[in-house]
Ligand binder design. Sequence first.
Ligand SMILES: N[C@@H](CCC(=O)N[C@@H](CS)C(=O)NCC(=O)O)C(=O)O
Length: 261
Amino acid sequence: MAPTERTLYQFPISHYCEKARWLLDAKGLPYTLKNLMPGSHRGVAKKLAKGGGSVPVLVDGSVALGDSTEIALHLERTYPTPPLLPPPGPERDRALELEELFDDAGIHVRRWAYGHIIGSGANLGALMFGEYPAPQRWLGRLLVPLVKRVLTRQYRIYPDKVEESRVKVLAALDRLEREIQGDPSRYLVGSTLTIADITAASLLAPIIQPEGSPYAARADVPMPKALVQMSEELRARPAGQWVLRRYQHDRRQAAAQRPAA
Ligand SMILES: N[C@@H](CCC(=O)N[C@@H](CS)C(=O)NCC(=O)O)C(=O)O
C-alpha cells in the first residue's frame, strides 16, 4: 500500500506551526513542509481546510485540518502510538484543559513579542522569511513594511493590548509553575509527555528562545532589549527552565526520530 501523503502548510516562524511540527515528530510520522507566503496563505488554507484561513494546515491523506488542536486530536485518534494523551479519565481531561489554556496563551506571547519586534529595528524580514527559497525570500523582505501593518491590525498590536498580553503571559507562567509544583523536570500531566506539554513549550518558546526552536538567539538577527530581558528573567524561573528542558530533551528526541518524508 502506498504511504499516506502528509503535508504541513505553514509559516516557519509561527509557534502554532512549531507545535504541529513537534506533534508530527513526536508521533514519528514523515511529512512534507510547504511554506506559504503571508497574504496568499489565506486562500490556500481556506481551500484546503475550509476553516478560518490560518496556518498550520495539515493534509493527512484525505483529511485536512486547519487548527493545531484539531491536528493534535486527529493524530492521537489516527496514530495512537506513542500516546500523547492519558487514557479517558481525569488525567486526560486535565491534559486537554491545559492544552487549551496554553494554546490561548500563545496569542498573548505572539502579541507581546511582535509588539516589541515591530516597534524596534529588529530584522523582521530575516526572522519571517529566512527559511524561504530565494524568490520568496526576496519578495518577503520587500513586503516587510506591509507585513508590519497587517500584523499590527490583525493581532491588535497596540500598546495597551501589548501590556495586557504581558500580564496574561505572566499569569500563564504562574499557572505552569503551579502545575509542575515548581519542578522543571516534571511533565504537566502524569509522568510522560502529552499534548499539553508540547502546546505549552512550543507556544511559550518565542519568549524563552530555547536552542532547537526557531526562536533561539541568532548573532545575525539581534533581538530588541525587552525580549532579551524577558527571556533572561524567565529562564531564571522554574517555568523558563521547564521550557528549556522540554526543548533539550523532548523536542530534540522527537526531531531525531523524524523519518524522511
Ligand atoms: N487556533 C489556531 C491559531 C493559528 C494561528 O493563529 N496562526 C497564525 C500564524 S501564528 C496565522 O495563520 N495567522 C495568519 C492568519 O490568521 O491569517 C491554531 O491553533 O492553529
